[in-house]
Each structure stands twice: as C-alpha cells, then as structure tokens.
Design a protein around this ligand. Structure first.
Ligand code: ATP
Ligand code: MG
Length: 433
C-alpha cells in the first residue's frame, strides 16, 4: 500500500524538536506575563470575508495564499493566514473595548498556500501581540521592546530592527501621488505584479522581491518626507524612546504596509543568519482596522513572529538537554510487574518522574533500556523482591546499589530525592528559562 505522507508544506514537529518549541514558548510567556499581556485563543477558521476585509484583497495573502473552501453548509470558510484579524473580530464581538486598553497575545498555526522552502511552509506558527485602545507612541515602543527582549533571552544574535513610519491616511495619499509620478516612467521595467499595483496600490511596489523593481525603488521618494507634523511627532517620540531603551534600529523608508488601515510605525526584525527567509518578526500600528471591521474607533499596534524561523536559529545555537528521568523500573514475573505498576504510581504522586519497562523481556535487555533512558536510578523487582516486598535500588550513574524494603523506599524519599538531584547531569529544560 502506498505510504501516506504529510501534506506538502506541512511537517511534523517530533519530540526532540518540541523541546525547543516549549523552551521558546516559556521564554515568550515569561516576558508577556511581566508586561501583563493576556493570552487570547481564537478559532483557526473564520468567515472568509473577515480576512478579505481585515488583510485586504490587494495583498498576496488574500489574493493568492488563502486556504478557502465552502463548508457543508455552503459558507465560505478560510483557515486563518495570520492572527490579527481574528483577534480584532473577537475584540469587537466581545466588546473588549469597554475594559480600556487591551494587551493581548496569541500563538498557534497559520495557513498560507506558498511555495514551501526552508523557513516557509503552508502550515506555520506565529506568536503575536496586539495592544488595542492606545495611540500613544509608548505603546509602539512597548511592543517592540517585548519582541527584542524575547529574542535576546533566546540568545539570538545578528538581528536588526528596521523601522519606518507610514504616516496617516492623508500623508499617504500625498506620498502615493509622488510615488506614482516617480515610478510611471519606469513602468515597463517593473515586474508584472508591480505594474499591476502602480495605480491600485503603489506603496506595495516598495515591498517587491523582484531585483530590478528593488533597484528602481531604491531612489523612490521617501515617505518620511511626506509626514505631517503630527505623524512626525509620533515617530520622533518612538525613536527617542527606543534610543533611551538602547534598542538599536535602522530607518528603512521602503518598509511599508500598503493598506489604508496601517498607520504610523512599521517595523521588522531581521536575522542575518537565515538566508532568504530572514524576517523573524513584523509589525506596526493599525489605527483604522478595528473601525474597518465594524468596531469603535480604536487605535492599535502589534507584531507577529514566525516561530519556524526562530526554531531553526535556536537549534543551531543551543543544545537543549533532554529531561532527565528520575526512575526507570525493571521487573519480571507477574507479582513483580504488578508491584512495579503500583510503585510507579506512588512515586509519581510523590513528584518523581518514572518510566516502567513494559516489555516483559529478560532483565539484561531491560537494563540496557534503563541505561538508554537516561534515568538517574533504576528500581529492580524480580520474584524474590516481590515475595519479600523489597526492591533493588540501583544508581545508574555510579553503579552503587542496595536492596531495601518497599516501605523504607517511601520513608527515605527526601534523602533519595536529593541524591537524584545531585546526580543529574544537567538542569531541566524549564529551569533554563
Ligand atoms: P514574507 O515576506 O517572508 O512572506 P510576510 O510579510 O508575509 O513575510 P507577515 O505576514 O508579516 O509575513 O508574518 C510575520 C512573520 O511570520 C514573518 O516575518 C515570518 O517570520 C512568518 N511567516 C510568514 N509567512 C510564513 C510562512 N509561510 N512560513 C513560515 N513563516 C512565515
Ligand atoms: Mg508572505
């Protein structure tokens, strides 16, 4: 029979790699808790119109990348390609604005129909934050600072922050005309998508991945020259505070978000160690999105990190220790096997980690597995031990062993526990955080 494989663009995250995910998540959660961001979990699929309106039909994501299908009730459904639209829908639907400024975060799988390559998948994961209800530049800086704190705590190096302001609606309509005037003479040299965008959405041309288009865009007018005094003041404050926090950034006037509801600050964090798929975090302000989706006027700012790209970096950088097991229990014979199950349960209730060998194979083979398990101690139960209610306690790292009564094992647990801790090679994954 033909073997069924994971769908193109998806992959399994096996236990060895999951350790890295858990570590990343615990570091992120730690910083998010410290800044009092609350987790929100929204559905993985939503009505297609949410993304059409919330991301914009002129974007690649909506135009080319969505997993959209009709369900059995003939509703158009889309697997979420990003997290913000769902969070904003939930914010409006649940009237979260009455609670004042909302600081939210989320994580989970996202879906985009893209050409799979390293760091680019069809099912991938993001972790993101959204601050809803503040137009203060301090909110922009707060979210950027959280992102840089998380990335720094993960030990990532060679990252840089690109920063821009796309102003407000009016600034952009002035800039838009200047950009069209500049690009029109080059129209024939632009890539096909960009030619198409020239009248519809010229700002997005600055984002093109085409080489020649990028060259042309290099000398385009800068949006920073088109900011109103108000927008300029906002952006100055963001930069001033970033400098005071010693968060280094580079101004990149070509970093844009082409849609009307993106406003003011836009930023990306890019890794120099990732090759082509180098952006690990992207975000900015979107003061008009909540309104656009039918909610009350609510300024907002947020970002999303692509976790696969971070995991690739983390695996290169760190050798995370496996969790070290406390006890491995080896037993043979029906009575001994039953006692092993009971001992394991009692030890787990006493907060030890315990694996029971279920193979029923000869002691020799079970001992080999005990060694491979990485456990600190092994409990051995044969017919003799079972009949006498004793157990052989074998310290796998030192070879030392003793036979004690099963009841003594439990009266001596404190002593045994400290001996186990002292023989552990490494700290557990969670204690690294
Ligand atoms: P790109 O230009 O790389 O396609 P994007 O602008 O589409 O990125 P965003 O929508 O801003 O990306 O998403 C935020 C982050 O999510 C990206 O910076 C990236 O790290 C990650 N990301 C986006 N698409 C994918 C994907 N298909 N596979 C893995 N990670 C992704
Ligand atoms: Mg993309």
């Amino acid at each position: 029979m033909e073997q069924i494989q994971a769908t193109r663009g998806t992959r399994d995250i096996l236990p060895d790699e999951v350790r890295y995910w858990q570590w990343l998540e615990s570091i992120a959660r730690n910083f998010l808790n410290k800044a009092n961001y609350l987790e929100i979990r929204t559905p993985i699929f939503e009505q297609t119109t949410l993304f059409e309106r919330g991301i914009g039909e002129a974007t690649d994501v909506v135009g080319k990348e969505m997993y959209t299908f009709n369900d059995r009730g003939d509703r158009s459904i889309t697997l979420r390609p990003e997290g913000t639209a769902g969070v904003v829908r939930s914010f409006i639907e649940n009237k979260l604005h009455v609670g004042g400024v909302q600081r939210l975060w989320y994580t989970g799988p996202m879906f985009r129909y893209e050409r799979p390559q390293a760091g680019r998948q069809r099912q991938f994961h993001q972790l993101g934050v959204e601050v809803l209800g503040s137009n203060d530049p301090r909110a922009d800086v707060e979210v950027i600072a959280i992102a840089t704190d998380i990335l720094q705590a993960l030990g990532l190096k060679n990252l840089h922050l690109d920063l821009n302001s796309v102003g407000d609606l009016q600034d952009r309509s002035h800039y838009r005309q200047a950009l069209i005037d500049y690009l029109t003479p080059y129209k024939d040299e632009l890539d096909a998508d960009s030619q198409d965008r020239l009248s519809r959405n010229p700002l997005r041309i600055l984002d093109s991945k085409d080489k020649r288009t990028q060259e042309i865009a290099q000398n385009a007018p800068s949006i920073l020259d088109y900011l109103s005094e108000k927008s300029r003041t906002h952006f100055d404050k963001v930069q001033q505070l970033l400098t005071q926090l010693e968060i280094r950034y580079t101004l990149n006037p070509r970093l844009v978000r082409g849609l009307d509801y993106y406003t003011h600050t836009a930023f990306e964090i890019i890794s120099d160690d990732l090759g082509a798929q180098a952006t690990v975090c992207g975000g900015g302000r979107y003061d008009r999105l909540v309104q656009e989706l039918g909610g009350p006027e609510t300024p907002a700012v947020g970002w999303a990190m692509g976790l696969e790209r971070l995991i690739l970096l983390l695996q290169k950088l760190h050798n995370l220790p496996q969790l070290e097991l406390d006890f491995y229990i080896v037993s043979r014979g029906e009575l001994a096997e039953n006692q092993a199950t009971i001992l394991a349960q009692k030890l787990r209730h006493a907060n030890f980690s315990v694996e029971v060998d279920l193979s029923g194979s000869a002691f020799g083979k079970q001992f080999k597995r005990a060694d491979r398990s990485g456990a600190v101690a092994c409990l051995v139960l044969g017919d003799g031990e079972a009949a006498n209610q004793t157990v052989n306690l074998k310290w796998l790292k030192t070879g030392e062993q003793e036979t004690i009564s099963q009841s003594d094992l439990f009266t001596k647990l404190d002593e045994i526990s400290s001996k186990i801790q002292s023989q552990k090679h490494s700290k557990t994954v969670s204690s690294l955080t």
